[in-house]
Write a protein that binds this ligand. Structure first.
Ligand code: KG4
Ligand code: ZN
Length: 377
């Protein structure tokens, strides 16, 4: 169907989001009601508060997405909703809303895995912009970007090409996935414990750098010395594509306790005011370097093994500049990534993947769709 418009709905964590995307690619609207201000006072996402906020924001957000797209319901061809993984109470609001709308408006409904959808941010382009949202800082040989294939209706200059090697790194998930085609993928590796973003958030909290922790820690790291502290990289075997961040987290805590002149029993929440700002910046920079090196090492192993046409990064941590630089330095091919607002949670990526589900005829029963907080890829 040409010009297929999918309404995406996302409520898996602390963003209430709705978006309309045409043909899995062109963003017609992208509305995100963030709860960051509400959760900042608690220093983290409170599930009950998140669910309550979703109830309040859900319908106005859907209405805003249709308004901004300048489309009525008659021009919506399907509804895609995150069914997992995520916070159960939050997922319930999105799935119940989508199920109800699908029944009332008589639209096909598509159930979307949130982690898989993050990768689809790399296919998105703005309607009003001739610039791709998928960036490339590495022009192909000859220094020109004209070698890229431009398809009709495609405003971007470059879309990922299969097989696509994807690194999905966010607050809740860290996975290395090989996509042979749309909807055809294999999970190659994942974290054994904390997600990459979760590690950023916890160390930012330890150093009292602000909320959300990832961007705050990255900012602090900008002026720190990444070689000030040699934190350990977990070794899970040279060929293994899994990784782990819990040992790193403990090593950072021990370093902070040492610097504060305290032993390992000193509670983590009490330590930050015993550090100087310069110590905090150095710890942030050294921690970030260790995480980036760990992730890039794994991607290099996967790249050599699978020889993908494209490497894409996705999820909130894909907004991290040190990670992008680390990959660019070591990979022989360019990487795809989207602007920060499409790396973090949004509904445009949900609608983009929904389009491919629609193409494959994989609608679900709106009477039966269940939220699944631990949905696996
Ligand atoms: O994808 P996302 O919005 O939500 C989840 O699905 O989890 O990712 C949020 C995560 C948070 O842990 C946040 O601290 C992290 O992404 N993050 C960053 C940066 N921006 C966001 N981590 C490191 N550097 C950043 N610049
Ligand atoms: Zn996410």
């Amino acid at each position: 169907m040409p010009g297929m418009n999918i309404l995406g709905i996302e409520t898996s964590c602390d963003e209430t989001a709705a978006a309309v995307v045409a043909d899995g690619r062109t963003i017609l609207s992208n509305v995100v009601a963030s709860q960051i201000d509400i959760h900042a006072q608690y220093g983290g996402v409170v599930p009950e508060v998140a669910a309550r906020s979703h109830i309040e924001a859900m319908l106005p957000t859907v209405e805003a997405a249709l308004d901004q797209a300048k489309l009525g319901w008659d021009k919506i061809d399907g509804i895609a909703v995150t069914s997992g993984p995520g916070l159960l109470g939050s997922l319930l609001i999105g799935t119940l809303t989508a199920r109800t709308l699908a029944l009332i408006k008589q639209k096909p409904l598509y159930a979307i895995n949130h982690v898989e959808a993050h990768v689809y941010a790399n296919w998105l382009v703005d309607r009003d912009s001739q610039m791709a949202n998928s960036h490339s800082d590495f022009p192909p040989a000859g220094g020109s970007k004209s070698g890229f294939r431009i398809e009709s209706g495609m405003t971007g200059e470059k879309e990922p090409r299969f097989p696509v090697l994807a690194l999905v790194v966010s607050g809740g998930h860290s996975q290395i996935v090989l996509f042979r085609d749309h909807l055809d993928y294999e999970v190659l590796g994942q974290t054994r414990d904390d997600a990459a973003g979760e590690a950023f958030d916890k160390i930012a909290k330890l150093l009292d750098l602000g909320f959300p922790g990832g961007p705050a820690l990255a900012k602090s790291a900008e002026t720190g010395n990444p070689d000030a502290f040699a934190f350990p990289k977990a070794k899970l075997g040279k060929e293994n594509l899994d990784y782990s961040f819990s040992g790193l987290k403990t090593a950072v805590l021990r370093t902070v306790q040492d610097l504060a002149g305290l032993d390992f029993t000193a509670p983590s929440w009490d330590l930050h005011d015993k550090l100087t700002d310069s110590q905090k910046r150095d710890i942030a920079a050294s921690f970030q370097k260790t995480v980036v090196d760990t992730l890039v090492d794994r991607i290099m192993v996967a790249y050599e093994r699978y020889q993908p046409q494209s490497v894409v990064i996705a999820g909130g941590v894909a907004a991290n500049l040190a990670l992008r630089e680390g990959l660019k330095t070591r990979l022989p091919i360019e990487i795809n990534y989207s602007p920060a607002h499409l790396c973090t949670d949004n509904a445009a990526m949900i609608a983009a993947l929904g389009y491919h589900r629609a193409q494959a005829g994989r609608a679900v029963n709106p009477h039966a769709l269940q939220a699944d907080s631990s949905l696996a890829m």
